[in-house]
Design a protein around this ligand. Structure first.
Ligand SMILES: Cc1ncc(C[n+]2csc(CCOP(=O)(O)O)c2C)c(N)n1
Ligand SMILES: [Mg+2]
Length: 269
């Protein structure tokens, strides 16, 4: 373990599109989706869309087959595998849903590289219908953050991760994202952390306009190839700094021990 936690957004970060739109468009339900969107929250629209697709005779397997064709840049999977091989703790933080994310990650053979997937619940019910629910049930309580959509405050989730890391002795976070929902968590990162916003995407615009609000180092990326290069460079740099700190600590400890334990020289020429 390297003491580095890498948090990946999913849509337009790990995969190259928005998974909700991909499924709806590929199954020919775009018009209904656009009609429903102004009338209810996003998660409720998706839940209703899954019900509608089921009524139209679309099965779970039809949805899985669409998900397995999701476009992804060829360098993203190697980047994830390399980060894992370097000892990083990898997590997903996404406003998509668990069914889509797990189906895609399993298909790519990388589900087990992630220690945690934080997202909206998504599961197949007893009638073989896909259900999509909000991460925070906003009918019961509001998460209280005005930057984030009602169903998910990624900043609150990052704060929970940070509290756990403090106990586990893991030190630094690298966060990769593209969307407006990735801005709130970027404000929670500390000066030893790194934010990797996707260039020319909403989170990048928000960060450019509010540069001073961020404590973390900012390293932009453009596509999967760039993601791989920037991410692995940052991990390498963080590991080098960690090694230097460990060596310094070791030197310092060694000196103390040497001072206390070794016999004083009897004879100094
Ligand atoms: C007001 C409002 N507008 C849109 C959405 C939905 N939404 C925004 S970005 C996104 C992609 C999530 O994946 P990722 O976080 O992996 O990029 C989704 C599903 C919402 N919840 N509330
Ligand atoms: Mg995204």
């Amino acid at each position: 373990m390297s003491g580095i936690v890498v948090i990946f957004d999913f849509d337009k970060t790990i995969i190259d599109i928005d998974s909700d739109n991909w499924v709806v468009d590929e199954l020919g339900a775009t018009d209904l989706f656009n009609q429903l969107l102004p009338t209810m929250p996003w998660n409720s629209v998706m839940d209703k869309m899954m019900n509608e697709l089921n009524l139209q005779g679309r099965s779970i397997e039809d949805i899985e087959n669409v998900l397995k064709r999701t476009p992804i840049h060829p360098r993203v999977v190697p980047a994830i595998k390399a980060a894992y091989a370097l000892g990083c703790d990898l997590r997903v933080l996404s406003d998509a849903n668990l069914f889509y994310i797990e189906t895609i990650l399993k298909h790519l053979g990388i589900r087990e590289y992630f220690s945690e997937i934080n997202t909206n619940p998504g599961f197949v019910d007893d009638k073989r219908k896909l259900r999509i629910l909000p991460y925070h049930d906003f009918h019961v309580f509001s998460h209280g953050c005005t930057l984030c959509p009602p169903n998910m405050c990624k900043g609150k989730i990052v704060e929970r991760i940070q509290a756990e890391l403090a106990k586990e002795g893991k030190k630094r976070i690298i966060y990769l994202g593209d969307g407006a929902g990735d801005f709130c968590p970027s404000l929670k990162l500390g000066e030893n952390d790194c934010m990797m916003p996707r260039k020319d995407f909403p989170v990048w615009d928000l960060i450019c306009k509010n540069r001073k609000l961020l404590k973390a180092e900012i390293h932009e990326w453009t596509d999967g190839e760039d993601l791989e290069r920037v991410l692995l460079q940052l991990i390498g740099k963080m590991m080098l700094m960690e090694d230097e700190n460990t060596n310094q600590l070791f030197d310092c400890k060694f000196e103390t021990i040497a001072h206390e334990v070794l016999p004083k020289p009897l004879y100094v020429p």
